[in-house]
Each structure stands twice: as structure tokens, then as C-alpha cells.
Design a protein around this ligand. Structure first.
Ligand SMILES: *Cc1c(COP(=O)(O)O)cnc(C)c1O
Length: 430
């Protein structure tokens, strides 16, 4: 197809010729990197299909159950499929898990007992976990149940502080939590390989400690998952990578049978565990979303790399940078001024399939210490595997950008962010 036709299409949607030409040139320079991503997606696609075939996924699995949900073959088979794809003994994949934080809270509280200690050897965990753990005092936190917490920060250069980790492990240490993604911090995201090294180190000191990985945003970015390198549990949200954009709710916990069951007894009830939990009508999108997850993740990853290359080229600091290898789908861009953060987010919103006419504004969101602007025009509320961006209105004025159900849509969204900056004279194109 003639590129002129594509350019005219972009122009008809509000993208200036100069913005398109600049973006297009960058996109064309990324062919080789995108080929690598496609290879990972191909491998992971087969991994998922093989799991579905091995577990004999059938049409009956797609039906809905109600009430107690006893003998929900779709639910039970899907849990086998997750376990097969992630090479674990067991999995819990449920619409009753409200979000990623809930999945992590269930995994932690199901496996920790009063007097136990939790250790994070990779620094401060994701914001919402502070209240789960009780780092910030909170009703119902692990701290209230007599579970203590220790943290060892990463060293200045992002490496593990092995000395202090070995000192922090003691007779009370029961569970080690490792967050794969940097989340909204500036530390590097951990590769699966590095997670494996850390787990080996911890297990060498204390073999019976449970190593849990917060796998949010990391699924299918590599051909291996933390459970391939020794993690006892991985935990994530279905409105991120593994839901493939189709799951309307849900979370998963996969790993050693004993630990997954402990989590299930907490999610439902002691004695009931995995036996109850109707799936209503979500089996079908859970299956189809998991099937699509490898390619959806690949699209989001291409979008993140495209954004890094565009904004780095324009002189902004980007994490990860334009060339480094990727271990999650989040892209941070330091734009340096509130006007730029706002323009960027307005562009992402304007490119959305849903709510594109909405004009996002910064507001004082509960739980944040500054105004925050968020852009999301999603089919599923708050879904961050869909194209979305948010930026706290405070120095260094960085935006965090993630998702895109297709590479083509992520590309359009980033072009639109640039368009808004360009229109307002907030960037200069070369
Ligand atoms: C998103 C995320 C969570 C929490 O997920 P919610 O669904 O927002 O509750 C936890 N950890 C990491 C690293 C995440 O990215």
C-alpha cells in the first residue's frame, strides 16, 4: 500500500504532515527490534496454544456457572492452562480477584502467619502494597496481624545489595516478595534472569523461604517467566498483559500447589478453597484473552519502544532508553514541564477509541501527594494493557505510558501525543 494513503489517513485524524514524517522515519528504523519482539510473541503464542491443547480446552469450558460454581470445568481447566503455560503445579485464576493489589494481598495473607516476616529485597514495593503490608498504617494490614516487614533497597547502580539481603534474612523470614516491574519508580525493571539469580541467592541462605514475584506488566515480555527460574509464586492482574485486553476483571496466582491453595483458602474460605467461585460469564473472555495475550503484549511493547525512540530523539530523558532490552511494557518519559505532561496526556486521550472527546485535566487524586493527570479511553475501566498514560504534576514532570491493544493503535496514540506538544510549541521537530 502507498504510504501516502496512510499519511492522508493520519492527517484526516489531526496529525500534521511534519509529525507523521518524523514518527514514520523512527518507526521504520525499528524494524529489526520489532522482528525480535515478533519472535518472542510467536514462541509465547505456541506456549499458550500448547497449554490449551494439553489441558483439553473444550467448548464446554466456555460456558457460565452460577451460584457456588461447583465443578466449573471452564474455571478448573483454565487454571490448569495457566499452570501449564507458566510451568507451575497449580494456579488460581478468578474473577473474584478484584485487581492486582487484591491478588497480591491474597497471596501474601494466605501464606503468612502471625510472627512471620516478609522481606522485599528490591526496595519499596508498588504504592498500593504499602497499605497491604502496613508500611503506611492501614486497617487490616499484615502488620495488624503481627506480620513484620523488612526491606533492602537496590544499590545506587540498580544491582542487588547482597550483603544486606543476607543480613536481613532471619529465622522469622517466611516470604520474599520481588517486584519484577519498576512500576512508577525509576529503578530498572528486573529481567527474569536477574530474578532467578536473586532467588538462587535467597534459597541458598534459607531454602524453605517462599519466593513470590509480583509479575504485573511482565507476562509474555520474555519467553520465560519467573516460575521458570525458581519462583514459588507469581501474581498478576488480568486487566494487564495476561487478560489480553478481553478479560473484564480478574487476577491470577500461580505456583507451588501448597502456596496456591493457601491463597485460595484466603480468597474464598478455609475449607472451601478452590472448590467454589462461579465464573458467571467470564470464562470465554478469559480464555480468548489469554490466547491473545502474547501478541497484545508484543503490540504494547512496540509502542513503548517507539515512544522511547521518539522522545529520546527530541532530547527528553526516557526510561528504559531507546535501545536497552525490555522486561515490562511501561515507558517513562521525563518531559520537564507541567504543560508538556498535560499535552502528552491529552494526546493519548484524543487517540482513544472510547471517550476520545474527553479532555483530561489534572486533579487531586486520593492517595497521591500532587495533582495527577490520567489519560485512558479504555473498553475496560482502568485497564492498563489498553493505551493509557498518567503523570503526577510535580518535578521532574514525567509521564508513564503503557499499553496499546495493537501496535497500530499505540503508534497512533504516540503520534497524537507528539502532535499536541508540537501544536502548543512545546517541542521542536528536527
Ligand atoms: C498494577 C500493579 C499492581 C497493582 O495492580 P492494581 O490492579 O492496580 O491493583 C501491583 N504491582 C505492580 C508492579 C503493578 O504494575
Amino acid at each position: 500500500m502507498d504510504i501516502q494513503m496512510t499519511k492522508m489517513m493520519y492527517q484526516s485524524m489531526g496529525i500534521d504532515e511534519k509529525v507523521f514524517d518524523f514518527g514514520q522515519k523512527i518507526a521504520e528504523s525499528l524494524k529489526e527490534r520489532f522482528e525480535e519482539i515478533d519472535k518472542t510473541a510467536e514462541y509465547n503464542q505456541l506456549k499458550v496454544v500448547r497449554a490449551m491443547q494439553q489441558c483439553k480446552a473444550s467448548e464446554a469450558c466456555l460456558y457460565a456457572s452460577s451460584g457456588y460454581g461447583y465443578n466449573d470445568i471452564g474455571r478448573d481447566t483454565l487454571e490448569d492452562i495457566y499452570a501449564a503455560a507458566f510451568h507451575t503445579e497449580s494456579a488460581l485464576v478468578r474473577p473474584q480477584i478484584a485487581c492486582g493489589t487484591h491478588a497480591l494481598a491474597v497471596a501474601l495473607s494466605g501464606n503468612l502467619r502471625p510472627g512471620d516476616e516478609l522481606l522485599s529485597p528490591v526496595g519499596k514495593p508498588y504504592d498500593t502494597l504499602e497499605e497491604v503490608i502496613g508500611i503506611r498504617p492501614s486497617n487490616g494490614s499484615l502488620a495488624e496481624y503481627g506480620i513484620t516487614y523488612r526491606q533492602v533497597d537496590l544499590l545506587e547502580d540498580g544491582s542487588f545489595d547482597y550483603d544486606n539481603i543476607s543480613k536481613a534474612i532471619n529465622e522469622k523470614t517466611r516470604l520474599v516478595t520481588i517486584q519484577r516491574s519498576k512500576g512508577y519508580q525509576t529503578r530498572p525493571t528486573l529481567s527474569v534472569k536477574r530474578i532467578g539469580e536473586l532467588i538462587a541467592f535467597v534459597k541458598n541462605i534459607k531454602p524453605d523461604v517462599i519466593c513470590m514475584v509480583d509479575n504485573c506488566y511482565g507476562e509474555f515480555v520474555e519467553t520465560v517467566e519467573p516460575t521458570d527460574v525458581g519462583a514459588d509464586l507469581i501474581v498478576g492482574s488480568l486487566i494487564k498483559n495476561p487478560g489480553g485486553g478481553l478479560a473484564p476483571i480478574g487476577g491470577y496466582i500461580a505456583g507451588k500447589k501448597e502456596f496456591v491453595e493457601n491463597a485460595a483458602y484466603r480468597l474464598t474460605s478455609p475449607g472451601l478453597g478452590k472448590e467454589v467461585g462461579a465464573t458467571l460469564g467470564v470464562n470465554q473472555p478469559f480464555y480468548q484473552g489469554f490466547f491473545l495475550a502474547p501478541t497484545v503484549t508484543a503490540g504494547a511493547l512496540k509502542g513503548a519502544i517507539f515512544a522511547a525512540n521518539i522522545y529520546e530523539r527530541l532530547g527528553f530523558a526516557v526510561v528504559p532508553n531507546s535501545t536497552e532490552s525490555r522486561h515490562d511494557i511501561i515507558q517513562a518519559v521525563t518531559l520537564g514541564s507541567p504543560e508538556r505532561v498535560i499535552a502528552f496526556c491529552k494526546g493519548i486521550q484524543a487517540a482513544a477509541p472510547i471517550d476520545s472527546y474527553v479532555d483530561p485535566e489534572p486533579w487531586a487524586m486520593p492517595g497521591y501527594d500532587s495533582d495527577v493527570i490520567m489519560a485512558a479511553g479504555a473498553f475496560v475501566q482502568g485497564s492498563s494493557i489498553e493505551l493509557s498514560a498518567d503523570g503526577p504534576i510535580k518535578p521532574p514532570y514525567a509521564v508513564y505510558f503503557q499499553g496499546g491493544l495493537t501496535w497500530e493503535h499505540a503508534k497512533f496514540g504516540i503520534m497524537m501525543s507528539l502532535q499536541k506538544l508540537y501544536e502548543k510549541g512545546l517541542v521542536q521537530l528536527p
